[in-house]
Design a binder for this molecule. Sequence first.
Ligand code: G3P
Length: 217
Amino acid sequence: MILINLKIYKEAWGEKAIEIGKMAKEIGDKYKIRIVVAAPALEALRIKEKSGAEVWLQNVDEYESGQGSGWVSMAEAMSLGIGGSMLNHSEHKIAKGKVSKILKMRPKGFEIIYCTGSIAKIREWRNKTKPDWILYEPPELIGSKDKSVASEKAETIAMAAKACKTVPLLVGAGVKSGEDVSVSLERGAVGVGLASGLVLADDPRKVLLDLVKGFGK
Ligand code: G3P
């Protein structure tokens, strides 16, 4: 899987987000790689409808329906065809009890990616309420222009994969090349997550095609 996190980069607002969605859909279909766009809640449904891409959220809450002004409901997202979300991103930390609650109440088929930069946290959550995916991102490398987890801390990817056991692992932080992907896959990950390396690139398509190469396609 390639998870493209749009964050709230203005380079991916409105029409630009739809263009990224279209590119993800086209390249994902062509090379048979699951490419998911993690969008701001404001943009998610529109990107999905206009691009046909698989679109998830960047965060969800523990409110399902009724009195929950301002919170994001997984059940509502699911009913609109938005089938997953990131949770506990290092830019949007969530208290332990809330993570637990959200994981337990996720609707059937709604996929949660638990994000962390800590191997200990991976072990903790893999043993508790299992998330569907884990995104391992050392926070100090997030947004790096010239470094990545694969170039700086490749050995920790294998540790993260071991800690995940049966939960599929994605690797993020500074990812921008096919080399980042292949290093991650060789160490037990099943995919990558990225934001700045693609959203801020002069040529996002070139970046995405290079990532695809890292999967041997
Ligand atoms: O969720 C992925 C993200 O945090 C990684 O950011 O900019 O290092 O690709 P970036």
